[in-house]
Design a binder for this molecule. Structure first.
Ligand SMILES: Cc1cc2nc3c(=O)[nH]c(=O)nc-3n(C[C@H](O)[C@H](O)[C@H](O)COP(=O)(O)O)c2cc1C
Length: 216
């Protein structure tokens, strides 16, 4: 089984999502011996935002020969989409930044959402080509959004990740959430402890489910 571990928090050692993804990966690996782990730190090595040079994978057949810069950018996109497609399990650290995900994580998504590789359009509409994966998102937030309709409508982090991974055909998407992290020490400690309990339950549950067995 291959697991792709992705972090996108800019807060380094102080990041809660980095702490949670590390725990998820450690527990997953312990309950699935032989799991191969690839690690992508999108803050240390971010793919550049899409530009005329990095949109090669969207170029129609017969487009002009790519420049050296375009070839280099195409290789980055190819490496990222190949790594994504090879993974059975993705563990994604996704903090809430300005009501959405960090731009480095968005830049990675922009590289792996590729027509013909991870989705295609049919006469019936779009079809995801990257199914049969489990995605576990460690979601961290300064405020609390999950407990009210108004809060849920304001966040474009979990809802966006659910949509974009769903678009790629992935149906098994799980969230471990620590929210209210900026609402005082007591709240923060409780939120982290609750997320850590969720990790234990989630990994045990996932280890015994058919989707995990399929991925294995
Ligand atoms: C640039 C930036 C933007 C943020 N925007 C929001 C926000 O819109 N809503 C919110 O509840 N928290 C916001 N926060 C707080 C983070 O979600 C919170 O600190 C969380 O712990 C970050 O995850 P991390 O610890 O993994 O870095 C923001 C933090 C940063 C650094």
């Amino acid at each position: 089984m291959k697991l792709l571990h992705i972090d996108s928090s800019a807060l380094g050692q102080n990041s809660v999502s980095r702490q949670l993804t590390a725990q998820i990966v450690a527990k997953w690996s312990a309950s699935h011996p032989g799991t191969g782990v690839d690690y992508l730190d999108l803050v240390a090595t971010p793919p550049s935002h899409l530009s005329a040079d990095s949109l090669g994978f969207r170029m129609p057949p017969g487009a002009p020969e790519p420049s050296d810069t375009q070839r280099r950018e195409n290789a980055v996109s190819e490496a990222l989409v190949t790594q994504f497609l090879a993974a059975d399990v993705l563990v994604v650290g996704a903090p809430l930044y300005n009501f959405a995900i960090p731009s480095q994580l968005k830049a990675w998504i922009d590289r792996v959402v590729q027509a013909g590789r991870t989705f295609k359009y049919t006469e019936k509409g779009p079809q995801g080509l990257a199914g049969r994966k489990i995605v576990i998102v460690a979601s961290t937030r300064g405020g609390v959004y999950s407990t009210s309709e108004g809060g849920r409508a304001m966040e474009h982090q979990e809802s966006y990740l659910q949509t974009v991974f769903g678009f790629l055909g992935i149906t098994d998407i799980r969230f471990v959430r620590a929210e209210g992290l900026a609402m005082g020490e007591g709240h923060r400690a409780k939120a982290i402890a609750a997320a850590e309990l969720d990790i234990r339950a989630l990994v045990t549950e996932a280890a015994n489910e058919p989707s995990a067995a399929r991925a294995a």
